[in-house]
Design a binder for this molecule. Structure first.
Ligand code: SF4
Length: 419
């Protein structure tokens, strides 16, 4: 008792950027490559040309939220439509959630659009429409803006010399510095943030951050990185190790000569020479997605012009796919027999519609599988043609009849479009 705990030892030098001359050279190499090779993207154009600081911050913010979990190629079209419809924070603040969901439909992770709009309303009503200018304030004041997004907006829009860490940056840095400990652990992520804050170029922080991410997206890619074309290959320890080997007398723990390095691969999973640079980064195994089954019923009627119409209902305003529209659906217990599934769906439809529904009247169409980030969802799809008009009990959830064309432009998820 009374003996203070020893401070953790600093990481061994091979995992750091401690030579100022090397840092300078790395910045220069990366930036000159970026100037030559960067992709032409609409948000980059806006960040470089928009003179109004609030509009500029907003333009980068929208792109960063859309790019979370979604590929650049998919985002471009959504981004252009969004910025055309809502070019300013004020315009977005006045939009309805329904409009936001409609434009977002197909991008996935729908709560992102909703939160973006809520935060825009906050900037307009509480901050007089002025975007916070530093990463610290952005993170503190804007709901849904985390450390990464705050750093990206502050560096790209406002020139703050602050680093960013996203999946691409993690991969590049872990390779540059042979970091093989679990890259999703807090200890490693904290080290990487420290590292980017050291590395970031003081005069062009936004370009530097984008360059590092661009390198991860186009050159230092997960499976087959293009090391020969890499502008920072001379700084890359993973490549050096691949080319020249690293003859450890015992596995990786000895890499750093300190026995218990917190950043080296664990002794139980040492460097695998078949993997080369893709030894890095390493992640603890992910939990497999949870399996779910949902019965969904496409109710169909003839509309007034004879064209078929379909009933859609709105999901609750929180939780998965909040506020989106879907065909009436019912989560199923995992181990039900097909006959039983049909019966529970018929019972549920009967309760919703207030009129008898026979289980054998439901026509089985097929199964649709859709993977959400953490759920492996199987939709068991039925259809039920109706003669007369039907309304669902309005106390349950809002519902409406739509034609096929109306369905396509409604705020429905990709999974429902598959159905
Ligand atoms: Fe990535 Fe290869 Fe470049 Fe190293 S040399 S940073 S592994 S692309």
């Amino acid at each position: 008792a009374g003996v203070p705990a020893a401070a953790p030892a600093p990481p061994p030098a091979r995992h750091l950027f401690s030579d100022p001359a090397e840092v300078e050279a790395l910045r220069a190499n990366l930036l000159s490559w970026y100037d030559r090779c960067k992709r032409d993207l609409p948000w980059r154009t806006l960040a470089a040309t928009e003179p109004d600081a609030n509009r500029r911050g907003y333009a980068v913010w929208v792109s960063e939220i859309m790019l979370q979990q979604t590929q650049v190629a998919t985002v471009i079209d959504y981004y252009n439509r969004w910025m055309q419809k809502w070019p300013t924070l004020q315009a977005l603040a006045q939009a309805s959630l329904e409009e936001v969901n409609e434009l977002w439909a197909g991008l996935g992770y729908y709560s992102r659009g909703k939160r973006l709009q809520e935060a825009a309303r906050k900037v307009v009503s509480e901050l007089a429409g002025r975007m916070p200018r530093t990463a610290e304030d952005l993170q503190k004041l804007l709901p849904g803006v985390g450390r990464y997004t705050a750093g990206a907006i502050a560096s790209i829009s406002y020139g703050q010399a602050t680093g960013v860490v996203d999946g691409n940056v993690i991969r590049v840095l872990c390779r540059l510095r042979c970091i093989g400990a679990d890259s999703s652990s807090l200890a490693v992520v904290d080290r990487l943030w420290d590292m980017t804050n050291v590395l970031v170029d003081r005069s062009r922080p936004g370009d530097f951050n984008q360059a590092l991410m661009e390198l991860g997206a186009t050159v230092c890619v997960p499976k087959a990185p293009l090391c020969k074309e890499c502008p920072v290959k001379q700084h890359c320890q993973a490549r050096c190790r691949k080319l020249f080997g690293n003859p450890p007398p015992v596995p990786d723990v000895e890499d750093c000569g300190v026995g218990d390095c917190p950043l080296c691969p664990p002794a139980t999973e040492p460097w695998d020479s078949n993997l080369g640079v893709t030894n890095f980064p390493r992640k603890a195994a992910k939990k497999p997605p949870r399996a779910m089954r949902t019965a969904t019923c496409v109710l169909e009627r003839r509309g007034c012009h004879g064209a078929p119409e379909y009933l859609i209902v709105q999901r609750p305003s929180s939780g998965l796919l909040a506020g989106l529209w879907e065909f009436p659906s019912l989560p199923l217990a995992q181990d039900l027999q097909e006959k039983k599934e049909r019966e529970v769906l018929a019972d549920q439809l009967q309760a919703w519609m207030g009129q008898p529904v026979a289980a054998k009247g439901l026509r089985f169409i097929g199964e649709v599988i859709h993977i959400f980030s953490h759920i492996h969802q199987t939709y068991v799809v039925y259809s039920l043609p109706l003669d007369g008009n039907v309304t669902l009990d309005p106390a349950l959830s809002p519902s409406r009849w739509v034609t096929e064309d109306e369905f396509r432009v409604s705020a429905v998820s990709t999974a429902m479009k598959k159905v």
